[in-house]
Structures are given as structure tokens and as C-alpha cells.
Design a binder for this molecule. Structure first.
Ligand SMILES: [Zn+2]
Ligand SMILES: [Zn+2]
Length: 862
């Protein structure tokens, strides 16, 4: 065996393994009949940075993947990349100093693909360095034709099933991004705005209305009051004049109006908010769209046309103030919907868009078939599903996305949806191979809108389980690991799509991870300066230390704080493991003929118990529990107790006793490396390779040997620990010999290891020891004597010390101490003294340690 360095060199070890591991051992076997465990890994957005939140989630996934693989499952831990989307478009515009409309559509898309490919390459490097056991043979990239043809086919299939339709419908619109967005992409934030009180003209006298959005006056289509509103109900059924624009709108009654808010009268515009949309539908009101796709006022805004929304607002308020139309203003706290990406206030516009039908009941029922970990996360999906007012708007007005495979007949406008066999295609680059089914025309306009990227990623589970592939499909997948921030999007859409396309739940279980917080307890962000990149941690302490932080940082579902101290203690544990291994290496030898003694059997029992506990924790995804159990066994039971107990056998003469200890050490290290393999794959591999010459990552998960409890060995360990404490309390070297140790116990204990580890002769006896205690010293208490006897105290104390300790002890027992001072007898209570005693056994002084199950006598004199 070559020299084993004293210091564990994580850098050298980790880089060597990262470079030399054969990744094909992690490939899923499509032909295997072993039980499958397919993981629907999140496809990250290829920003080029694999951030710490990703890293936490991937550690969890890797713990599960490695554990299941060792447990005999045919595991797939694929890696996908969710490429399409606005951030890349923006980045490309920035890098090349262009706007997307300045170059041909295809060229712009090519630049986006190029940047994405570079970013994916960078992120792969980080993932490999962190030791993730990805199955790269099942990698997918959503911008590649083989993937987006599936996205397109999913569109066509759902269209043919009547689950996708195109309609004029209000949608959430981000004027800055210039695209429709789904409800799931709207964030809400409170803002303080102004509530303006203004007058609408009426023959019954002006009607007073309060609104926070006077810029929408030109979009006003009705005014609503509560039917029971005493003050205003006389207006119901009449018409009032819209100020500034001077046209009339009806006054309608609606129960939803809050008579206590503002003036109790509401202006209905198309559209100020979601409630406006509901009223618009319920009362069948006309459409007046005052804001366009770019966030500017339309022609119906008259002289305000083409102004930005905020400019128009200021101008209208000024005009109404000068006319006296506005008679009061007050501040108003409001919840405003913002674009999740750019934080611009969204507008609701009526647009012709593509929609996916949402069936809330079906989603809730399907979700109930899935095991949610932690359980309480399911309520988030249920709550979200309950708020669905509209269907899912899936068309976007962007470029870098999956094209919608549709054309429109130039003559009659009939839409032509592609056949599945024609896919993949971009309708902007290809004309359909058929003529218009309605009018026979051969001229078409392409659909220029593209698909929401969630249309790509919501078929990830189907894609990894072999849907539309050459393999027989294997859905559902077994596990979806993901963050709680995308339950309403990715989890929701995936359930919807799996049910719609294959009629099944997408996965058996969903494991929800929390967010990573900075050391200051805040969400990590570059601006807060609490941002940590995984690479930084790896350089300083290694991937195995980083992964230990992920394991112990918290249980899945809870937010996890990044703590350097967890990483540092991870590093310390690696060193401890290494030292343990370095000591054990020359001794660890497998042997079949040596019968384990009581101490060996005790360790094997502890090991078995630990394996059962860890296995149970892993099955429940409680990685912190699992890892702590392994660490405490390795550190406390194996290194601090077992090795100390058996050292003398290891260094003693060859024979069955020595071989039993060597074999036990081998078994312990073999099991420990296997159990650690999911958590710290590098050091586990390094030690295991040195031990047996075989990769730990192709080994099996250890199982409990079923050995029964070993009270004898356990007691020996306790006695040895008590003697160690005894020596260290007295400042004695741990290997310094004692005159003799007697252990009294009802158990039949072997003495070899006790004697070896205490460097002292040990005798084990049945029953309890025969001992006597003798008072050896009287210690008077000044605190008790002083206040009572004042000047006499000194003399009393002196006398007490001269007295026979045995005699004083008897008086204490009787409750009264009599002392003769200057011819006079003084009486003291038992609290006046403390009696020091010594323990004797067979007439010789001993120290006695009482343990549960044994009494230990340590002979102090010779
Ligand atoms: Zn935006
Ligand atoms: Zn036609």
C-alpha cells in the first residue's frame, strides 16, 4: 500500500475523480426490467451560472439518484435545458448591440442559440465539479428540433382534442416586454397611488365617482352602483356623461360594488383590472381599448393618443382639475400586478391569442394521486387552481421560442394547424404542403406568435419517460424535484399536460425544495452582497464539504440558510474520515474464520442499527437525519470508541482475535463508504477504491445484518469511556496504567479489550462489590459557623479539625455535633461540617464509578 497523506487533499482527490469517472455507469437502461426510478429533473434556464439554489436542489436529486441506484433501481437522472425566453433575447441584443427587429428573424434566433449553447457548456462544468451523477445520455435541450418538435406535436394533439383554441380575450400584457403573459407570471406588489374623485354629468345631478385610473376614462364602458345604495340607486338604468371625452355610458346595478369604497360608484373600463373583465363578460359590455401593445394611448384617447400611460394620466388629471371635474384627491394603497420579469405594471388588453383550457377539478384530482413531500406544499397548488378565472394564454409575441405550427389562409382567414408528420417546422420559413381546406387558396400567412416557454418545459416529464420516442413509454416518472416558487407554473402545467396528453399523472412523487438564504437570513442577491457562488465554496473546501451543507442545512421544503460554518465543519469531517481511514488502512482485512468478540459484535450491532435508520431516513427524503446518523456513527462509535478499544488487539500477536478486529474494521469502512457515497461521492470513492479496488458507485446499498443487541460489548464500551474520563479528569495520560480495575456486573464480560484500552489489569466479578466507606477528614463550614458563633468561630473550627472524623460523622448522622471549646460544650447542626470519605474494598482504598449495569472499582494505591 502506498503512503497515505496525513492531510486530506480534497482538491487533488476531487479533481482526479471528476476527470476519470466513467459516466456511463449512470446511464438509464431502456431495456432493463429492473424497477425504474425516473427523475423529472428541472431543466434550468441557461444563464451560464449554476446558482446556489440550483446546487441545493441538485444535491437533493443526486442524494436520491445515487441512493436508488445502489438500491438496485434502474435510475434516470437526466439533464435538460429550458432555453427559450426573453432574458436570452435581451442578452443577445446587449452583446451584439442590436434590437431583435434589426436582423432577420432566423439570424436573431441563431444568435440566441449560440449564446445558449455557450452557457450550457459552462453550467455543465459546474455540475460535474459538484459530483452530480447525471445521466448525460438522456440530456435534452428545448431549443433543439428533436425537443421542440415534441412541444409542437403536443400543441397539435391538444388542438385536435379541443383543448387548445384561439380567441379574442383579455390577457395580461407587459407593455415593456411587448408580450402577453400568463397569470402565473404576474406578481403582486402594494403601491400607493391617488384616488381621484370626479363628476360624471347627469340630468339627475352629477354622479360622483372615485377612480385611481383616470387615464382609462376613454375606455369607460359603464358605471356600476350597488342595488341597495340609497344615495346612488336613482341613477340605475340611466345614462351619464363621461367627462373630457363626452360620451354617454349606462349606469348598471351590481352586488359586487362596495358602497363604502370611494363614493360607492365604480367606473368600468376595458380593462382596469380582473374585476372589469368579469363585469364586461357578465353585463355583455362593449370593448373600448385605450391602451395599445406598446403601452401607449390609442386613437380613442383623442388628443391624448400615442402618449405613454403615465403621461396621459398626468395630462388628464391636469385638465380635469382645471375644469373642476376633479373635486377631491386622497392617497390609496393598492395591490398592483407586475410583470414577473421586468416589474412593469401589467395592463389587461383584449387580444386574439391561443389558449389552453384549464380544468381545475381534473388538476386537483390528479394532484391527489401524487405524493407531495413535504405534504403541506400541495395546498399551494390547490389554492392556485382555485383562483383560475381564465384559461392559460400560451401565445407570446417574441422570437426565441418554439414556433406555433399554424398558418392563416390569406383569402378566407381560415387557420391551418400543421399535421404531426410535418413537424418540426417554423411556419415563417415553410409553407404548408396542402391548400386551404375551406377555400382552396394556396396563399398563407404564417403565425408569427410563438409558444410560452412553459409549453416546452411542461412536457419534460413526458419527454424523459420516452413519450414520442423510439422506446416504449415508461410514464409516469417517479420523482419531480423542484422549488416551491414554481408550483403554480411548472408543477401545475406539467400535471395539466400529462393528463391532457397521456391521461396519467406525470410522477408518483414531488419533492419540493426551499430557497437558499444568505448568511444574513435574507434571500440571496447580488445587490444585498450576500451572494455565494457554488464554485467559490468548492475552491475553498471542496464539493464534498459543499454537499454536506446541503445535506444538513435543513429538511426539504424549508428555506435553507447558506452557512460557511456548515461547510467548514463538513471539511473537518472529511479530515476526520481521512484520519480514521489512514489509521485503519493497514489493519482493515476481510477474514471469514475469525469469530468476533463482544466488542466487535457491539460495533456490528451499532452499524446495523445505523444502516436501518439511514435507510429509513433516505426513503423519507430526510437527508439531514440520514447524514447526521452516519457522521455520528463514524465519529463517535467507530473512531472514538471502537478503534480505541481494539488498538491493542490490532497491534498484538497474529491470531483469531486480531483477525476479528481487522475484519470488523473492514466491514465498518466498507459500509461507511457505501452510506456516504450519495452525500460525499469523492472521498467515499477514494477510500473505497483504496480499500477494495472497486468503485463505491457501482456497489450496493448496505443492508442490516439483523444481529441482536449486544449488551456486553455496549457495557465494555461504557466502562472504557468511564475510565478514560477518570484519567482525563485527573490529568493522567490516557495510556498510563492503573493498579487495577474491578468491574462488578451481572453480565459475563470479556476483558481483553478493556484491559488493552485502559493499559491496566482488569478483573470482572459477578454481583456488587463489598465496600466500606471511612470518614477521613472534617471540613468545617465557615459560612454556617461564623454568623452564629462570631469570635468563638476560629476556636470551634480548629477543634473540629482535631476531632476524629469517624466520631464527627456519627454525630452528623445523629443530627447534633458537640464540640468542647474552652471547657464549655457547644452544639452545632449537621450543616456546620462536610465529611470527606474514602472508599475501601478488601481494606484497600479504591475509587468507585457507578454506571448503569456495572460498578467499577479503580485501585489507586498499589
Ligand atoms: Zn415585462
Ligand atoms: Zn381559405
Amino acid at each position: 500500500m502506498s503512503e497515505i497523506s496525513k492531510e486530506y487533499d480534497f482538491k487533488q482527490v476531487e479533481e482526479r475523480w471528476a476527470e476519470s469517472w466513467d459516466e456511463s455507469v449512470y446511464y438509464f437502461d431502456w431495456n432493463s426490467s429492473a424497477p425504474q426510478y425516473i427523475i423529472d429533473t428541472p431543466p434550468p434556464y441557461p444563464t451560464g451560472n449554476f446558482h446556489i439554489g440550483n446546487a441545493l436542489n441538485w444535491c437533493y436529486i443526486d442524494f436520491v439518484a445515487r441512493y436508488k441506484r445502489m438500491g438496485g433501481y434502474n435510475v434516470m437522472f437526466p439533464q435538460g435545458w429550458d432555453c427559450h425566453g426573453l432574458p436570452t433575447e435581451v442578452k443577445v441584443e446587449e452583446i451584439h448591440g442590436i434590437t431583435k427587429n434589426e436582423v432577420p428573424r432566423e439570424e436573431f434566433r441563431r444568435l440566441c442559440e449560440e449564446l445558449t449553447a455557450q452557457n450550457i457548456a459552462k453550467m455543465r462544468v459546474t455540475m460535474r465539479r459538484l459530483g452530480f451523477s447525471n445521466d448525460w445520455s438522456n440530456e435534452y435541450v428545448t431549443m433543439h428540433p428533436d425537443y421542440y418538435s415534441k412541444t409542437q406535436r403536443s400543441f397539435v394533439q391538444m388542438f385536435n382534442k379541443g383543448m387548445i383554441y384561439r380567441e379574442d380575450h383579455p390577457v395580461n400584457w407587459c407593455p415593456r416586454c411587448g408580450t402577453a403573459i400568463a397569470f402565473a407570471e404576474v406578481e403582486y406588489d402594494s403601491r400607493t397611488t391617488t384616488l381621484n374623485y370626479l363628476r360624471f354629468g347627469s340630468p339627475l345631478g352629477d354622479l360622483e365617482i372615485a377612480t385611481s385610473r383616470p387615464e382609462l376614462l376613454a375606455a369607460c364602458v359603464a358605471v356600476a352602483v350597488h342595488p341597495e345604495d340609497e344615495k346612488n340607486k336613482k341613477y340605475i338604468g340611466t345614462e351619464v356623461q363621461v367627462p373630457v371625452f363626452d360620451y354617454s355610458v349606462p349606469v348598471i346595478a351590481d352586488e359586487v360594488v362596495d358602497p363604502a369604497f370611494g363614493t360607492g360608484v365604480v367606473m368600468i373600463c376595458t380593462f382596469g383590472d380582473k374585476q372589469d373583465v368579469r363585469w364586461w363578460v357578465e353585463h355583455d359590455l362593449p370593448l373600448r381599448q385605450a391602451i395599445d401593445r406598446a403601452g401607449r394611448m390609442t386613437e380613442i384617447a383623442g388628443k391624448f393618443a400615442r402618449m405613454k400611460i403615465s403621461e396621459c394620466k398626468d395630462a388628464i388629471i391636469e385638465e380635469m382639475k382645471s375644469l373642476g371635474t376633479i373635486y377631491k384627491e386622497e392617497p390609496l394603497d393598492q395591490n398592483v400586478g407586475l410583470c414577473w420579469r421586468c416589474k412593469t405594471a401589467i395592463e389587461i388588453l383584449s387580444e386574439r391569442q391561443w389558449f389552453v383550457k384549464i380544468n381545475p377539478g381534473e388538476i386537483i384530482d390528479t394532484s391527489a394521486e401524487i405524493e407531495w413531500v413535504p405534504e403541506h406544499m400541495e395546498i399551494r397548488l390547490k389554492n392556485w387552481t382555485g383562483t383560475m378565472d381564465w384559461d392559460w394564454c400560451i401565445s407570446r409575441q417574441r422570437i426565441f421560442a418554439t414556433p406555433i405550427p399554424v398558418w392563416y389562409c390569406k383569402k378566407c382567414g381560415e387557420p391551418l394547424v400543421a399535421e404531426e408528420e410535418w413537424l418540426p417546422l417554423d411556419p415563417n420559413l415553410k409553407t404548408p404542403p396542402v391548400s386551404c381546406p375551406k377555400c382552396g387558396s394556396e396563399e398563407f400567412e404564417p403565425e408569427t406568435d410563438v409558444l410560452d416557454t412553459w409549453m416546452d418545459s411542461s412536457i419534460s416529464a413526458l419527454n424523459v419517460t420516452g413519450w414520442l420516442s423510439d422506446h416504449p413509454p415508461r410514464y409516469p416518472a417517479q420523482l419531480r424535484p423542484q422549488g416551491h416558487d414554481i408550483i403554480r407554473t411548472w408543477a401545475f402545467y406539467t400535471i395539466l399536460r400529462a393528463k391532457a396528453l397521456v391521461g396519467k399523472r406525470p410522477w408518483d412523487s414531488i419533492l419540493v425544495n426551499g430557497m437558499v438564504l444568505g448568511e444574513d437570513g435574507h434571500k440571496m442577491s447580488k445587490s444585498l452582497n450576500n451572494f455565494i457562488a457554488p464554485e467559490e465554496v468548492v475552491v475553498k473546501y471542496g464539493a464534498d464539504a459543499f454537499r454536506q451543507w446541503a445535506a444538513v442545512g435543513g429538511s426539504p421544503g424549508s428555506d435553507v440558510m447558506f452557512r460557511w460554518k456548515d461547510v467548514i465543519s463538513g471539511g473537518r469531517f472529511l479530515q476526520k474520515l481521512w484520519s480514521m481511514y489512514r489509521f485503519s488502512a493497514p489493519h482493515a482485512k476481510r477474514s471469514d474464520d475469525a469469530a468476533p468478540n463482544q466488542v466487535d459484535r457491539w460495533l456490528l450491532f451499532e452499524l446495523s442499527q445505523m444502516i436501518e435508520a439511514v435507510t429509513d431516513s433516505m426513503d423519507r427524503f430526510q437527508f439531514d437525519e440520514a447524514f447526521r446518523a452516519i457522521r455520528s456513527f463514524a465519529w463517535d462509535e467507530f473512531a472514538d470508541n471502537y478503534i480505541e478499544l481494539v488498538k491493542s488487539r490490532l497491534y498484538g500477536p497474529d491470531g483469531p482475535e486480531k483477525r476479528a478486529a481487522q475484519s470488523t474494521i473492514y466491514a465498518a469502512i466498507e459500509a461507511l463508504t457505501s452510506l456516504l457515497a450519495p452525500f460525499t461521492p469523492f472521498i467515499a470513492e477514494e477510500i473505497r477504491m483504496n480499500l477494495s479496488g472497486e468503485s463505491v458507485h457501482t456497489s450496493s446499498w448496505p443492508t442490516s445484518s439483523g444481529i441482536s443487541p449486544q449488551p456486553e460489548g455496549d457495557l465494555i464500551k461504557e466502562v472504557a469511556a468511564a475510565v478514560r474520563r477518570y484519567k482525563s479528569d485527573r490529568g493522567m495520560a490516557l495510556n498510563s496504567p492503573l493498579a487495577g480495575i474491578e468491574v462488578y456486573s451481572d453480565l459475563e464480560l470479556e476483558t481483553t479489550d478493556l484491559s488493552g484500552s485502559t493499559s491496566s489489569p482488569v478483573v470482572v466479578k459477578r454481583g456488587g462489590p463489598e465496600i466500606e466507606t471511612r470518614a477521613v477528614e472534617v471540613k468545617p463550614s465557615m459560612k454556617a459557623i461564623g454568623p452564629v458563633f462570631k469570635n468563638q468561630s476560629g476556636e470551634i473550627i480548629r477543634r473540629l479539625k482535631e476531632m476524629d472524623p469517624e466520631e464527627v460523622a456519627q454525630m452528623v448522622a445523629a443530627g447534633k455535633i458537640k464540640v468542647e471549646v474552652e471547657g464549655e460544650v457547644v452544639e452545632l447542626g449537621p450543616e456546620a461540617v462536610e465529611i470527606a470519605t474514602e472508599t475501601l474494598s478488601a481494606g484497600r482504598a479504591v475509587e468507585m464509578i457507578v454506571l448503569a449495569g456495572a460498578t467499577v472499582l479503580i485501585r489507586t494505591g498499589s
